[in-house]
Design a protein around this ligand. Structure first.
Ligand SMILES: [Zn+2]
Length: 106
């Protein structure tokens, strides 16, 4: 059986993270929680998961897995059937140039 450990450390980067367990998008504070599975780094863990403890974490992981399965099915369906009408990279670059020019007052 795999063993998951969630360890705390000081956080020195203040950015947005996705919790590796529940998918929650959160902003890091001064404390950082990381999950390790059998000693391997699994990803960052949000405050809500740590606050909830093991049983709530298990429920949040199951809910996230269900959400990911629905998303995966949607992506597979779109990839196999959808007509994809995408802006071009040239469109992207042109809009970026226009926005930067507006920003710089040119
Ligand atoms: Zn979480």
């Amino acid at each position: 059986m795999e063993r998951m450990q969630i360890k705390l450390s000081e956080c020195t980067v203040f950015v947005h993270w996705d919790c590796c367990l529940c998918g929650n998008d959160f902003k890091s504070g001064s404390v950082m929680a990381d999950a390790f599975v059998d000693g391997r780094d699994y990803g960052v863990v949000c405050e809500e998961c740590v606050r909830g403890g093991p049983e709530k974490i298990r429920k949040r992981m199951i809910k996230r897995a269900e959400s990911l399965r629905r998303r995966a099915a949607s992506l597979e369906s779109l990839a196999s059937q959808a007509i994809i009408d995408c802006a071009t990279w040239a469109d992207w670059e042109e809009l970026e140039r226009t926005l930067l020019a507006d920003l710089n007052g040119v």
